[in-house]
Design a protein around this ligand. Structure first.
Ligand code: ARG
Length: 587
């Protein structure tokens, strides 16, 4: 049990003893970490909330609770503060006890989820023959972290790469394939080649509108099942997939499924008919649309928009007047499939904020159909260049994920070369990959996902500040302590830590907090909570290491300090692992 959960139970018991039957049923006091350690380690505002309900003075109620807790709570000293807060100062001895149990626990104190769920995580999802751009980076990295966290918490996780493998771009691609394709380039770099074919045809179409008609005809043939076009399309998809696999491999990111948009083609027509039959959709100007059913207030209604003070309908179109199905239609079919085949309780979509309206409409149509679940749009902002405009290459192109990885590794190689010129070349290469990829991932994950951030190579690869290289370097430093020990000089199981110095207590406090941070990072789908915590932990470690000699100390003090180092290394490694970042042993 985490410390806040434990304190919450004790506070609840104290309330029950004081209020008896007037305690509202199921009342669960919230205990949270204090922002400011001067007020203790944890705090609880339940007395203030309850006082209103039971018509008591909040400070008086808090006072009674504190009195009851003084007798029952051995882990902390409770204090009353302000209008009725209860603050807790955790005893050093209790932190030592926590350390002891962490030392023998592979999960380092993190509890498993009380109710394991089946969670489908939909992330990355680039489009065939369109650039996998920097926006897909955010989805790929955040989605992977959520999958790791959810698995670690004991959920059943299904990762599904819902690639855009069926769309109007194929008209141009098919024409280009037949008239422009360079087979040699295709073999070398399929993703880039398909993309440049697409760009080329796009340009030609602008010059001669007749070509557009030809492309459209290719698309219609594909949709009609023409064997030649179908087989070209299949090759495009599979070439793209193998190109993507290479990128994901470098990132150590893997998918359980690759059910792209085309997988749902046959489900679209029956779905639209079903929605028509149920009266959820109706025909408007030839198209099949879903309109608001008036369930929400207009402000919250995803099918309404306010124009000049008036609410106007923005229906979700699920079949165009020409019979074509849309992105929304596919997403509805996809959701059905995931519930039916993966038994999904939860479906999380890691997709940029501009698709907010799309997902709100999808989830709301599910409500109209009576389909229930924890459906979340895990949105994120943009990545910007130094000019605060969308991040682009020098010649104004979107930056591809592969370019980012390549450059990150190159730059990391320079960092390693400077730090450890004598390292063997293959080790250098291995570590440069960990550092480079880690730097890109950490720069992403340490941001609040909803805000835009500036892509800054120098900052993300710096050995100081909240960067992967800093944390990796901290880990290496902790590990190096253990390399200086004789065999058998430290056995974690035998350690019984005792804490006395402030720096020791503070490090132990942060170590214990790991058990709270991991679950709440997943609850809020906010990897930056874990990233910020790991940075704080590394900093606390450095302060501790400056204030408290480890190898030069002796006896129990030495064992305690070694176990603080040991736990710091383990939390750093596991925590960064949950962010998908590897820790080198040397660098
Ligand atoms: N392919 C889409 C894009 O690049 C993202 C798909 C996200 N997933 C989904 N189920 N809609 O914008």
């Amino acid at each position: 049990m985490t410390i806040p959960a434990l304190l919450s139970d004790q506070v609840a018991q104290a309330f029950r003893a004081i209020l008896g039957d007037s305690l509202p049923e199921g009342f669960c006091p919230v205990v949270s970490a204090s922002q400011d350690l001067r007020f203790g380690d944890y705090q609880c505002n339940a007395a203030m909330i309850l006082a209103k309900q039971v018509k008591m003075n909040p400070r008086e109620l808090a006072g009674k609770v504190v009195e009851a807790l003084r007798a029952s709570c051995s882990q902390a000293i409770p204090e009353i503060a302000g209008p009725g807060f209860i603050n807790f100062r955790i005893n050093a001895a209790y932190y030592a006890e926590r350390m002891k149990s962490m030392l023998g626990d592979e999960r380092l104190g993190v509890p498993l989820a009380a109710e394991p769920k089946s969670i489908v995580i939909d992330f990355s999802a680039p489009n065939v023959a369109k650039p996998m751009h920097i926006g897909h980076i955010r989805s790929t990295i955040i989605g992977d972290t959520l999958a790791r966290l959810a698995r670690f918490m004991g959920h059943t996780v299904i990762t599904d790469n819902h690639i855009g493998d069926w769309g109007t771009q194929f008209g141009m691609i098919l024409w280009g394939w037949k008239h422009l394709l360079n087979q040699e380039n295709l073999a070398k770099d399929p993703i880039e080649t398909l993309l440049s074919v697409y760009k080329e045809v796009n340009k030609l179409c602008k010059e001669s509108p007749d070509l557009l008609v030809d492309c459209k005809a290719e698309l219609v043939k594909l949709q009609g099942g023409d064997p030649e076009n179908l087989s070209i399309w299949k090759r495009c998809v599979s070439l793209t997939q193998s190109g993507l696999e290479k990128i994901y491999e470098q990132l150590d990111i893997h998918f359980d499924y690759w059910l792209g948009e085309s997988f749902y083609n046959d489900a679209l027509e029956p779905l639209v008919n079903d929605l028509l039959n149920k009266g959820i959709a109706r025909v408007s100007e030839g198209a099949v649309c879903v309109f608001s059913d008036g369930f929400h207030k207009p402000q919250q209604d995803p099918f309404l928009v306010n124009k000049d003070g008036e609410w106007q309908p923005v229906p979700a179109i699920i079949r165009k007047a020409d019979g074509a199905f849309l992105y929304a239609t596919t997403d509805l079919a996809t959701l059905d499939y995931r519930i039916a085949h993966f038994n999904a309780d939860s479906i999380w979509y890691v997709v940029g904020a501009p698709q907010d309206k799309h997902f709100k409409q999808i989830f709301d149509i599910e409500r109209m159909r009576g389909v229930q679940g924890d459906f979340r749009h895990v949105a994120f902002g943009s990545i910007l260049g130094h000019d605060r405009r969308p991040f682009k290459t020098r010649d104004g192109e979107t930056v591809s994920l592969q370019d980012v990885i390549d450059e990150a590794i190159q730059r990391a190689t320079r960092v390693i070369e400077e730090k450890s010129p004598d390292m063997p070349a293959d080790e250098k290469a291995r570590i440069a990959r960990m550092v480079g990829v880690g730097a890109v991932k950490f720069a992403e994950l340490s941001q609040n996902r909803l805000s835009d951030y500036i892509f800054d190579w120098d900052k993300m690869l710096a050995l100081t500040g909240d960067t992967a290289p800093y944390l990796q370097n901290s880990y290496v430093r902790v590990k190096s302590i253990f390399r200086k020990l004789e065999e058998g000089e430290y056995t974690p199981a035998a350690a019984s830590p005792e804490l006395s110095e402030d720096a020791e207590i503070h490090l132990a406090r942060l170590l214990a907090r790991y058990a709270e941070i991991v679950p709440s990072t997943l609850d809020d789908c906010r990897p930056n909570l874990l990233a910020a915590y790991l940075y704080e932990l590394a900093r606390a470690f450095h302060s501790f290491y400056e204030a408290c000699p480890v190898l030069k100390s002796s006896g129990d003090t030495r064992t305690t300090r070694l176990s603080l180092c040991d736990l710091t290394a383990r939390v750093l490694k596991q925590g960064m692992g949950l962010l998908g970042i590897e820790m080198p042993d040397r660098m």
